[in-house]
Design a protein around this ligand. Structure first.
Ligand code: GLU
Length: 430
């Protein structure tokens, strides 16, 4: 299962290590399965994806040249409902990564108690150097290629890294053209004008803020004045930073994939967003201290939000982390080795499958609204999401106390237990 994965961790350093993200996901499952004492057969089912599709497809580039891209859609487990999970466009996308992300979606939906199985998709590409028209052609062809697995009752994609509401609009339009009817419920994270929901764009960041607030209250840390560092300044990182600042936190550090910034007195989340939108990255930002994306993780702060990619907090840097709380906006940012070190250091880690569930929870609301053809106001969306986040956080916290376990282990016990129960009552077919 091990394969060579090239992981770009900083601008100046490309680390080539023997690492499999899926191996990390399976190790987390194994720990939960051992503790729950689940049947070996059930473990065997859960330790591999139910269904996976690899597609190689041509896209005509603006130059007229035809390039072949590889994409994936993986459904890890459908015991709880249709598949749900985002679509990622990134040069490092591999089948191994998509498998891990699909498994994490299974657990995330189970922790939040929403009626979905876990799925994920991705295309290996360099979206940052592609034109809008190229991205549209890539999206429409990829949607066509994986359409055999997709549908409102089958599997419902959503945005992830480097995909957004426009990507979902192209995706929805493509599936709708094939079927000859408009099918809004085939994807979530759509623009409002075609059946998107209020509150979806900021939902993951809002959920991260709620998780951070609950975690802070648990350890007696006042949010007002708490120092926050955020790695990754995309849709998740930006909204988490902004909403935490609204709660009185001081944003002391941010980083994108190439460079980071540090200011003890605080950074302005919106000004940074504007700068990044205009200039593409923080690279030329002046007037504050500069740090690398890796150094960002080690800054003096109270709350650290890794909101970029997998494998950022590792055995190599876990010991240097100074935050009291880590709230995982990204999927899989912490390796199992790092988890153990952080636990021993007494750092409270709010795991990804809980901390960043706000996005998929509001995706669920969007899908419900699409099916019912009835739309909610923003307060309704935010309140319902908040109540699911607060309830899930409390359930995980209570289980962690009962079991004397970390929040990650407790979240996994809760999630795996729920999925196993769904599988048990359904039974083995035929
Ligand atoms: N890509 C997001 C995640 O990793 C959202 C998935 C969704 O809304 O389906 O949770």
């Amino acid at each position: 299962m091990l394969e060579k994965v090239s992981t770009t961790t900083t601008a100046d350093k490309t680390v080539l290590e023997d690492t499999s993200v899926y191996e990390t996901a399976v190790r987390q499952l194994q720990a939960a399965a051992d503790k729950l004492g689940i049947d070996e057969g059930v473990y065997q089912i859960l330790s591999r994806p139910k269904r996976e599709l690899t597609v190689n497809f041509p896209v005509e580039m603006d130059s007229g040249e035809v390039q072949v891209f590889t994409g994936y859609r993986v459904q890890h487990n459908l015991a709880g409902g249709p598949g749900k999970g985002g679509i990622r466009y990134h040069p490092d996308v591999t089948l191994d990564e998509v498998r891990a992300l699909a498994m994490w979606m299974t657990w995330k939906c189970a922790v939040a108690g929403i009626p979905y199985g876990g799925a994920k998709g991705g295309v290996t590409c360099q979206p940052k150097v592609m034109s809008n028209r190229e991205l549209e052609r890539l999206t429409r062809r990829y949607a066509t290629e994986i359409s055999i697995m997709i549908g409102p009752d089958q599997d419902i994609p959503a945005p992830d890294i480097n995909t957004n509401a426009q990507t979902m609009a192209w995706f929805m339009d493509t599936i709708s053209m094939h079927r000859g009817i408009t099918v809004p419920g085939v994807v979530t994270g759509k623009p409002l004008s075609i059946g998107g929901t209020l509150g979806r764009v900021e939902a993951t960041g809002r959920g991260v803020m709620i998780a951070a607030r609950e975690a802070a209250s648990q350890i007696g840390l006042a949010l007002d004045g708490a120092r926050v560092a955020v790695q990754g300044y995309g849709n998740v990182g930006y909204y988490a930073a902004r909403l935490l600042a609204e709660q009185g936190c001081t944003l002391v550090g941010v980083a994108d994939s190439t460079s980071g910034l540090y200011s003890e007195t605080g950074l302005d989340a919106d000004a940074l967003r504007q700068y990044k939108d205009t200039n593409g990255s923080f690279a030329g930002y002046t007037g504050v201290d500069r740090v690398s994306p890796q150094e960002l993780l080690e800054l003096p702060c109270d709350i650290l939000v890794p909101a970029a990619i997998e494998g950022q907090v590792t055995a190599a840097n876990a010991d240097k982390i100074k935050a009291r709380i880590i709230v995982e906006g990204a999927n899989g940012p912490t390796t199992p080795e790092a988890d153990a070190i952080l636990y021993d250091k007494g750092i409270l880690v709010v795991p990804d499958i809980l901390a960043n569930a706000g996005g998929v929870v509001v995706s669920y609301f969007e899908w419900v609204q699409n099916i019912q053809h009835y739309f909610w106001d923003l307060d309704e969306v935010n309140q319902q999401m908040e109540s699911i986040m607060v309830r899930s956080f409390a359930e995980v916290t209570e289980l962690a106390r009962e079991e004397g376990a970390s929040m990650r282990d407790a979240a996994m016990l809760l999630a795996v237990g729920r999925v196993v129960e769904a599988m048990r009552v359904r039974g083995v077919y035929p």
